[in-house]
Design a protein around this ligand. Structure first.
Ligand code: SF4
Length: 326
């Protein structure tokens, strides 16, 4: 058995995206915010479902800009026109966010435009009624409704995807989410949950070693629960685990565990070379792709079926190059 790898890019994963990031001229001023990362790189791997909530609720192009307005100590934030405070589109944007979250059943992730009072995922500036900055921030109204309705859906801002760690984390979650849809949700059974957990062991370990035990317990005791309950509990815990960022220490620990499966089959010169790469990775001298490539080679040649199936070895397509900068 070869390493179970992600199939060649086939665009069978759909991501929601703020329409302006695709170059659509939907902004208040008739402009766009085309993302070259999304359009030049990601578009080879994903199908995009663009959404502009402001246009969708009937604000025209061009239109009066809107902003978040609130009061210190009051979490209630409204979305109103910058010149016409009587233009309040809070409920419309929230309702549209809930509606869209329910409608887009086939998406496995969402890329949002940062700083927008509609699409911003976090840290969007909030203003006083008089237009001066309040010194506080909140998510945009559409994004907030989307995140509340689909709390497990991987959601990230385009700006944050320029950070290699956040980018790797987001796409690890996207591909794991997609795998859950295809391997478990498409044909639910207790066995499908057990099998899913089994191949995720080292992905979970890289994000939080403690969670492999707690998620394992959920699976082990799962037979006592209705299947729906088990799936909901497990997948919630799993996606929460993956939100935690893997780091040099946790990747090093995970690779050393995986080496344990093949160390007797690998000759000592190769093993020492691998250990040197792991140490260089731990010190930040070489990227993760260096030791991982060698480890994959060991597993390909000497690993059992169990270890070859581990998603950790290829959580997202190698062609995306996400581990080249970790
Ligand atoms: S940030 Fe959102 S609401 Fe604003 S133009 Fe882009 S897609 Fe439309």
């Amino acid at each position: 058995m070869a390493i179970v790898s992600i199939p060649e890019p086939s665009k069978d994963i759909t991501l929601g995206i703020s329409a302006c990031l695709m170059g659509e001229k939907v902004r208040y001023n008739g402009g766009h915010k085309r993302s070259s990362f999304c359009m030049n790189q990601l578009s080879n791997f994903f199908h995009f479902q663009p959404v502009c909530p402001e246009v969708a609720i009937g604000l025209g192009i061009p239109r009066e800009p809107i902003r978040l307005v609130g009061e210190m100590g009051n979490e209630q934030v409204r979305v109103v026109g910058t010149d016409s405070p009587e233009l309040d589109v809070t409920e419309q944007l929230e309702n549209y966010g809930k509606e869209k979250a329910m409608e887009l059943t086939d998406i496995c992730g969402y890329i949002l435009m940062q700083k927008s009072p509609s699409c911003g995922m976090e840290r969007v500036k909030v203003y006083h009624k008089n237009g001066s900055p309040l010194g506080a921030s909140a998510p945009g109204a559409y994004a907030k409704a989307l995140m509340e309705t689909k709390p497990l859906l991987p959601i990230e801002e385009e700006g944050r995807l320029h950070d290699p760690v956040l980018r790797d984390n987001f796409f690890t979650r996207v591909y794991a989410y997609h795998r859950w849809q295809t391997d478990v949700l498409a044909n639910p059974s207790y066995k499908a949950v057990v099998d899913f957990h089994s191949i995720q062991k080292y992905t979970i370990m890289a994000h939080d070693p403690k969670d492999y035990t707690s998620l394992g317990r959920i699976v082990a005791e799962g037979g006592k629960k209705p299947l729906d309950e088990l799936m909901s509990e497990y997948f919630t815990g799993f996606m929460e685990t993956l939100k935690q960022r893997a780091n040099h220490k946790s990747h090093t620990n995970t690779m050393m565990h995986i080496l344990g499966y093949v160390k007797k089959s690998v000759d000592s010169a190769e093993r020492n070379q691998f250990l040197k790469l792991v140490e260089e990775y731990r010190q930040g001298i070489v990227p993760l792709v260096a030791p991982i490539t060698m480890l994959r080679h060991f597993i390909e040649n000497h690993g059992s079926d169990y270890i070859k199936q581990q998603t950790y070895l290829e959580p997202h397509p190698n062609q995306l190059g996400l581990r080249n900068q970790l």
